[in-house]
Design a binder for this molecule. Sequence first.
Ligand code: AMP
Length: 217
Amino acid sequence: MNPHKIVIALTKGRILEEVLPLLEKAGVIPSEEIGSSRKLLFDSNLPDVQLMIIRGSDVPTYVELGSADIGIAGKDMILEYGSQGFYEPVDLKIACCRLMTAAPVGASLDSPRLRVASKFVNIAKQYFSSRGRQVDIIKLNGALELAPLMGLADCIVDIVDTGKTLRAHGLEPRDFIADVSTRVIVNRAAMKIKHERIQSLLQRLQAAVDATSAGRA
Ligand code: AMP
């Protein structure tokens, strides 16, 4: 951990587009346009703040192990990572959706050994075991909706927003597992060592979230 820098790990993709305006309101602006660059590490207008752009599933790893001080990732990625090894002080209230089970419309899920396809294997395992159900989890990395259609699985655990993607594949949402939104996570040691600078940044981010929510209301 570099004691002089604050490294923020950002999730690339749709979350990044919504996070950058919030960061800007909090006073952090990348020194060059992120979208048009192949770079993965950026300086910012603040001499001590650097931004990394990585996959959401890698953000908790970087933060827990201290190579990033702060991370911004979906709650789905944080739940799937499964550790309590960092703080989660701010809900950015963006990229909101739900983790749900989904199955073909009207299909019975009574079979004694359900086949569940998901990229969220830990979340799926935990959910079904909490309900006392024995399941076979099939790990996929995307296009989960195809798994029931092609006979690979009886149901899926996936992210649902409007439900349109499910319906387009003859599926329907079944059980709610968790609400998802984008969260700020902080390395525990960094929170102590760089307390003032991190707290000040978190307060500015929270103020940016509050101002955005007030604007929406
Ligand atoms: P929808 O058709 O609106 O239910 O959107 C569902 C699909 O959009 C999912 O399969 C995800 O791939 C994607 N999606 C929706 N919301 C999010 C989000 N907040 N984060 C990541 N992916 C999302």
